[in-house]
Design a protein around this ligand. Structure first.
Ligand code: SME
Length: 162
């Protein structure tokens, strides 16, 4: 039904540009935040190679609560300020962690995770969710990945605001 075909040969900036275009197309005209997050997690999984977990934590009552994702079952609630996700949620800043075992307070949901990228999603002037990507490869993510997922977060803010 949705026939997106990421090209593995593309340079990262172009691949991420195409991901944001696909995300906008996929969520256009749909106001259900859960449905949109579910499809976006699947889309990220298709476009971004080398992941073992990709999905959302939503800001609910001042903490993070698990949202739609692809990967192994994960921690349901994360306090603001805890772990990589809680740090991104509390600070509103992207967290790019080359080695999760060196990040004090990292929350190990999947023992395979070695590096992590967490990007806050803003809407209405506040953080409403974070996008969390995990990889089993040390230093899987770089500044181009961070910039690409940050652009995605801007593109999808309204679609997941609910
Ligand atoms: N590692 C994250 C927890 C979420 S899982 O990776 C899915 C953290 O430290 O916040």
């Amino acid at each position: 039904m949705f026939d997106f075909a990421p090209d593995a040969a593309l340079a990262k900036p172009e691949a991420y540009r195409q991901l944001s275009v696909a995300a906008a197309a996929l969520t256009e005209g749909e106001s259900d935040a859960v449905a949109n997050m579910a499809n976006l997690a699947a889309l990220i999984w298709q476009y971004v190679p080398g992941l073992n977990w990709a999905g959302f934590y939503r800001v609910v009552d001042g903490g993070l609560v698990l949202g739609p994702f692809v990967g192994k079952p994960a921690c349901i609630r994360i306090a603001f300020g805890s772990g990589v996700c809680g740090t991104a949620g509390a600070s509103g800043q992207t967290q790019l962690v080359a080695d999760v075992h060196a990040f004090q307070g990292h929350i190990a949901c999947d023992g395979d995770s070695a590096s992590e990228l967490v990007v806050p999603v803003h809407a209405g002037g506040r953080v409403i969710a974070v996008i969390d990507l995990d990889s089993p490869t040390i230093a899987r993510f770089d500044a181009e990945d961070a910039a690409g997922i940050e652009a995605l977060a801007v593109a999808i803010g309204a679609a997941i605001a609910g």
